[in-house]
Design a protein around this ligand. Structure first.
Ligand SMILES: [Zn+2]
Length: 82
């Protein structure tokens, strides 16, 4: 079943909708509106390499952020030792 990205024109909510039947359009989960715009998704095959690269970059970024969080948490515990 294909999953499409939709943008609700009524409330601006963006969501992924599972389309069971062709031409079936889901309702906005945020406001129940049906004035939706189907967003074009990237062709997955061609963007695979790019996705892999950006995922690796994101993972590195997450690791750095996790380390920073850990440090902040430790500092917090040191300063609030009761
Ligand atoms: Zn909406």
């Amino acid at each position: 079943m294909p999953i499409y990205d939709y943008l609700c024109r009524e409330c601006g909510h963006e969501f992924e909708g599972l389309v069971r039947k062709e031409l079936e359009i889901p309702d906005c989960p945020s406001c129940n509106g049906s004035d939706l715009e189907q967003l074009l998704s990237m062709p997955s095959v061609h963007s695979e390499a790019r996705k892999e690269r950006s995922m690796r970059a994101a993972r590195t970024r997450d690791k750095v952020q996790a380390k920073e969080r850990e440090y902040t948490q430790r500092q917090y515990e040191l300063n609030h030792d009761d």
